[in-house]
Design a protein. Sequence first.
Length: 437
Amino acid sequence: MIKIPKILLPNKNINMTKWSTIACDQYTSELEYWKSVESEVENEPSTYHLMLPEIYLEEEDVDERIEKINKTMDKYISDGIFEEKGPCIIVVERSFPNAPTRTGMMLTLDLEDYDFHKDSTSLIRATEGTVEERIPPRMKIRENASIEMPHIMVLIDDPEKTVLEPLKEYAVNNLVPIYDFELMKDGGHIKGYEITDNEIIEKMKSSILRLADKEVFKNKYNTDVDVSPMLFAVGDGNHSLASAKCHWDNIKKGLSEEEKANHPARFALCEIVNIHDQGIVFEPIHRVLFNVDTGYLLDELQGYFMENATIVNIPEDFDESKAEKQEGVHTILFVSENEKGIIYIDEKVHTLATGALQPFLDRFLEYNEDVKIDYIHGLDSLKQIGTRKGNIGFIFPNLDKRDFFTSIVKNGPMPRKTFSLGEANEKRYYLECRKIK
């Protein structure tokens, strides 16, 4: 289920602000962001040189980029860029200018306990639909990689705060941070505390095991006793974890049972966070369509939903935050170059706004091959991109995190790209690494 990892961190001579960069699946339509990161880190050691921003996935030189990434990983190891810590837990404290502090811990999870498919009953489950076409490019990097560096955040449902909160209290009161620095590009501040005390670690393990107890699970979610417990829900980085799982499934075919037991690729380094942490803020992921005629799309939408949807135009200066929630319908705003409006869709179509609209968007994309879609984190980015000529952006309402685990347990994964843990600059930055060969 879990394993206490050995973790690689840059040595004391490395500029940590330049080392740590945002996850590859952010700012996927904002080339200027990634150009500015490239300019800032230059040729200094950085996780930017160890990953492939998704904005470059369609470039002709993608294979050369991946080969360079793998070679750079090997070079960083041979050049002594890393220092190995542990086996240990690293308690992570992330603070933001305009959001509460978030606490997590770095652990490795056993990929044998993870299944990303819709009907999964495993201890570790996906929270959103997995787009399997997104897995091969990530596997292409991982299959020849000597190290992994996660942007995966995995949630636990611990309202009594028995797992992470005692660890943080111990760390802050007894330890000196092993890293403590400002993240680049408005990423906030991050501290890490290394815990090696076996007694503290064993208490943490016991608290986690209690969350997975069948009786505790049954009472918490009002399920039948034979329903398999879910302990971990993948909050961010599901496709990266799915890629690690597929990579492990390929590797283990040629291994003995003894070799499988402790092979480093069997495990994946993740940050574990309590969903009840004040720093966990659920943000909706919005949609932008490119190269589309807004009037045609809205006509098609009305025809698709018939009496189950109503489209209302609103003034250009209308404040999106003032859009009132109406009983029994989902409220989805849209913006384009010359139009702004609200789409009301009957909740009987789907319990979630994304679940109601996404099937229409999928069908529209299928029959209009020139139209493309992107998934946007953050309202400001959505409005900036959605109002460009030929684009339309859809703004989704917030989710209630209190119902999150119950929804996954009873209904399975949510539609893909339904939610985000915070705004784009609050997402996990690459920092810690681990050998996987």
